[in-house]
Design a protein around this ligand. Structure first.
Ligand SMILES: O=C1O[C@H]([C@@H](O)CO)C(O)=C1O
Length: 550
């Protein structure tokens, strides 16, 4: 195995990802950031320089478990101090498992400003993937707002609340077309695109007829749940979040923010035509045009527009369609199985509520507020008063009606840290509920840092003890992100075997900003000496100045 070295600078730059010029966060002048390709077992070494003028930055390596390197997880105020302007931080960690991953900013709402890129881990030399393909493509999906993230963050924390609304565009590999459709000639009421910048030219996947291709699909959207389909072609799902799944065939696939998949397609259609790949919005009433890419059968010209119209995204509120897709995802044979029992159970009720009239999201009525000193340092060195040490609730009132808006919407804020017994098995029941408005309950994709977890089951309405008897302990998929459906619950199980402090949160950027997350800390006393650069802020910085830390 190799060490792969990268030297990156994060900075604002002008770009026109959807043909409208804006500023966004790029790396080395690129948007999306450079793709990292490595092999399982390799070490990634990124020297990250913050070239922003006035704000900190960090990068999270989404799906990489960071065994033994919890200070490299890239979560500001959790695993490290944000990197100050002009400073450099070295991320050094191992990628131990082949799969499709990505990286992104994890400070404020910087991910939504474009700070993301792909991280692809191939199987180690001498190993083989358990399926065959002739070529592969990488599709990094995102959504894009014309309003700056500063405008967005101020609005979300204002009274009255200003919601960010739906995105202006969906992007594929950082490219989209605002307010127009490439397929306008086939669709009524659509205006054609003036592709004024090469930044927004549609993505073209050049394929040969009669072959099999692997599409690696990742979603790093700020808000949108997505659905991807390809005209005339079926897809076979083979990987989810860096874990192989039992292959199954679909016409279209849902993908939530924080998830990744690999699908295989056969180029077995009429080779004289090109085909559309379409990505549209699910789960919220869309106000954003689908993003399109072209599957270009060689030797046709890529500018030969497909003869059939782009596949139509399923109705945004057809949740049965989404649930049926989620339930098809099962572990491939040979995937590690979950322990049969959990030592600890934590039920997490997701509610929207208010603190002093400001709209928040809370977990068991506590909204996450991150402390100034990152937990990893303050816990490792047992600093007092670095955060609120009270034990957050691991359940919610048995008479809480998840089908109704909260009776008492007043919530509190805290640092929400659950200290978990090292090496114990933990079940988490994520319970969705009604938001503040009547008859509204939204999709939330939950992402766990530092681990994969088994998805034991999904259900509607309130979780009951008897539902545990239906858990899938035979072939539950291993993942790092899972969705809770409106008014539903999702049960996961994981083993707390990774010393560190790990975020567990809704991957919707504005929701995390509004407090929708918790912190899991385990085996922190087993963490090796933390690099000083990770803890030179807050109370740990003061301790270092007094030379009292080892
Ligand atoms: O967090 C959110 O706030 C709005 C709405 O609930 C209040 O305006 C919305 O759609 C969210 O997802």
């Amino acid at each position: 195995s190799k060490t792969r070295h990268f030297k990156w600078e994060v900075g604002y730059m002008y770009a026109s990802p959807d043909c409208e010029e804006k500023i966004l966060l790029g790396i080395n002048g690129q948007f999306p950031g450079p793709t990292i390709r490595a092999k399982a077992g390799d070490t990634i070494h990124v020297e990250l320089k913050n070239a922003l003028h006035t704000e900190g930055v960090v990068i999270h390596w989404h799906g990489i478990r960071q065994y033994g390197t919890p200070w490299a997880d890239g979560t500001a105020s959790i695993s490290q101090c944000a990197i100050n302007p002009e400073e450099t931080y070295v991320y050094r960690f191992q990628v131990d498992k082949a799969g499709t991953y990505f990286y992104h900013g994890h400070y404020g709402m910087q991910r939504a400003a474009g700070l993301y890129g792909s991280l692809i881990v191939e199987v180690a030399d001498g190993e083989e993937e358990p399926f065959h393909y002739d070529g592969e493509f990488n599709l990094l999906l995102s959504d894009w707002y014309h309003q700056s993230i500063y405008d967005q963050m101020v609005g979300l924390s204002s009274k009255p609340f200003r919601w960010i609304g739906e995105p202006q565009s969906l992007l594929i590999n950082g490219r989209g077309q605002y307010n127009c459709s490439l397929a306008a000639h086939l669709m009524e009421g659509s205006s054609t695109c003036k592709l004024t910048s090469k930044d927004c030219a549609p993505v073209v996947l050049r394929v040969l007829p009669g072959k099999t291709y692997r599409l690696r699909v990742t979603s790093t959207t700020s808000l949108s749940s997505l659905n991807l389909a390809i005209g005339n072609h079926k897809m076979m799902v083979v990987e989810a979040d860096g874990n192989y799944v039992e292959p199954f065939i679909v016409d279209d696939m849902d993908i939530y923010s924080g998830e990744s998949y690999s699908v295989l397609i056969n180029t077995d259609q009429n080779p004289s035509s090109n085909y559309w790949l379409s990505v549209g919005v699910r789960g919220r009433k869309p106000n954003t045009q689908p993003a399109l890419a072209i599957i270009n059968y060689q030797p046709n010209s890529p500018s030969k527009l497909p003869e059939s119209s782009p596949p139509v995204t399923p109705e945004w509120n057809d949740y049965n369609h989404s649930k049926s897709f989620s339930r098809k995802i099962l572990a491939r044979q040979g995937t590690p199985k979950p322990p049969l029992y959990a030592e600890q159970k934590i039920a997490l009720l997701n509610t929207q509520n208010k603190i002093n009239g400001y709209i928040k999201w809370s977990i068991n009525n506590v909204s996450l507020a991150l402390p100034p000193t990152p937990y990893l340092g303050s816990m490792r060195y047992h600093l007092k008063n670095a955060f609120d040490p009270s034990k957050p609730p691991d359940n919610f009132p048995s008479d809480y009606d998840v089908m109704k808006p909260p009776k008492n919407p007043n919530s509190t804020q805290s640092s929400n840290a659950y200290v978990i017994q090292f090496n114990s098995t933990v079940d988490v029941i994520l319970q969705n509920a009604n938001a503040l408005a009547d008859n509204v309950s939204e999709i939330h994709p939950w992402h766990l840092h530092g681990h994969d977890f088994w998805v034991l089951g999904y259900g509607d309405e309130r979780f009951e003890e008897k539902d545990a008897s239906q858990f899938n302990l035979k072939n539950p998929p291993l993942r790092n992100t899972v969705v809770i459906f409106p008014y539903g619950w999702t049960a996961i199980r994981f083993v707390a075997d990774n010393p560190g402090v790990w975020a567990f949160h809704c991957h919707i950027e504005p929701h995390l900003h509004m407090g929708m997350g918790v912190i899991f800390a385990e085996g922190v006393d087993h963490v090796r000496r933390i690099p000083k650069d990770a803890i030179t802020c807050g109370m740990t910085a003061k301790k270092l100045m007094n030379n009292v830390l080892p």
